[in-house]
Design a protein around this ligand. Structure first.
Ligand code: OSB
Ligand code: MG
Length: 380
């Protein structure tokens, strides 16, 4: 579902070609969740051209199914076979979403195409994306997500760096055996730091007494402690522990958000526009959650500068009251595929990108250096 105010926005005019570009941008260091370790960001980019202007979208799916069931390959297939061929018949974003309703699931594939279309449409109007979507510019709060490390002091070292940079909150990944002690060590040094933990589904309901031990550390929230596709079990867990729960993996749509809120399965929602089918569904969820006084924040998928730019525009919606997972580019990459890195100001805020559309420009030499495959899908 999308908001009324977005239904009549027109798809870009005069599209002449669409390219799918697969990049692999190496991370500075590996990033681990409870479920997998990634060495770089492999991302499928959607590039849609109309005359002089180009729209870009980044698909957040990984090459593997270890965060989500969707993969780079499944997304490329769905985009090529079931989304791009339909675009010619579609005039508005409302119609696009009607068509998206027919294509079940595959939210990451949908989001990548929607991002590119929105970027191009906003550029054709000569507007920054947030203005095109109807929101006012704001300074964006920053947050950091620290992966699972061998030793607790490796985590602490990164917390020190984040505190020094004035990040607005710190999230640490936890897993069985690397949870209570890691949080305890951080709290020993930082009593009032806004701190939270993300388990990426590492626990079972039967371990609730273990999770209850986290209650004494005054965490802002615990993200996705239970199964990646569960909502109900989280609602039981939320009655057993006092710390707020936050759902990430389980939320794919406004319907999921409704279910989660109705069941009290969480008190906070992590909205990743790439996971819920794009900016417009993400904004509808943010609006719904705000109406129900459930705070939301923007998650990240270690995106390149393209996806990161969309995440910044998203956070101009007033529902995004909590700092999210948007960090400085330099934390992830030595070299990105865009020219304008995300940086924090001295108070830890991030400015919105300056240009029209997504607001950042592609670094063509970096893009070609990191490209591993490319195909022209539609040309006129
Ligand atoms: O669970 O939020 C998550 C990265 C990859 C997959 C899942 C997650 C994450 C992050 C990093 O936590 C967020 C970021 O820094 O972009
Ligand atoms: Mg998460």
């Amino acid at each position: 579902m999308i908001l009324k105010q977005h239904e009549h926005l027109l798809l870009p005019e005069g599209i002449d070609e669409t390219e799918l570009i697969l990049v692999n941008v190496p991370f500075k260091k590996p990033f681990s969740t409870s479920n997998y370790t990634w060495l770089g960001k492999e991302a499928l980019l959607v590039k849609i051209s109309a005359g002089e202007l180009t729209g870009w979208g980044e698909c957040v799916a990984d090459p593997d199914p270890f965060y989500s069931p969707e993969t780079v390959t499944s997304c490329r297939f769905i985009i090529k076979e079931f989304i791009l061929p339909e675009l010619k018949k579609i005039k508005t974003f409302g119609e696009l979403y009607d068509y998206f309703d027919k294509v079940r699931g595959n939210k990451m594939a949908k989001a990548a195409v929607e991002n590119a279309l929105l970027d191009l449409a906003a550029k054709q109007q000569g507007l920054p994306l947030y203005t095109y979507l109807g929101y006012k510019p704001v300074r964006i709060k920053s947050g950091i997500s620290i992966g699972i490390k061998e030793k607790s002091y490796d985590v602490l070292y990164e917390v020190d760096e984040a505190v020094e940079k004035n990040y607005h909150r710190v999230k640490v990944k936890i897993t069985k055996g690397k949870d209570i002690a890691v949080i305890r060590d951080i709290r020993k040094h930082y009593l009032i730091l806004p701190l939270m933990a993300d388990a990426n589904g590492a626990y079972f309901q039967s371990e609730w007494e273990h999770l209850q031990k986290l209650d004494r550390f005054n965490l802002m929230m615990i993200e996705q402690p239970l199964g990646y596709d569960d909502i109900y079990e989280h609602s039981i867990l939320q009655t057993r522990i006092t710390t707020d729960l936050c759902l990430d993996e389980s939320i794919h749509s406004i319907a999921d958000a409704r279910t989660a809120i109705a069941l009290n399965a969480c008190r906070v929602i992590n909205i990743k526009q790439g996971r819920v089918g794009g900016m417009l569904e993400a904004l509808a969820i943010a609006e719904y959650a705000r109406h129900h006084r459930v705070p939301v924040w923007s998650g990240g998928m270690d995106e390149t500068g393209i996806g990161r730019a969309f995440n910044l525009h998203l956070q101009t919606h007033p529902g995004f009251t909590l700092p999210g997972d948007t960090s400085e580019t330099a934390r992830y990459f030595n070299e990105d595929i865009i020219n304008e890195p995300v940086v924090l100001d001295t108070e830890g805020y991030i400015s919105l990108p300056n240009g029209n559309g997504m607001g950042v420009s592609i670094n063509l030499s970096s893009l070609s250096k990191f490209t591993i495959a490319k195909e022209l899908v539609i040309s006129s």
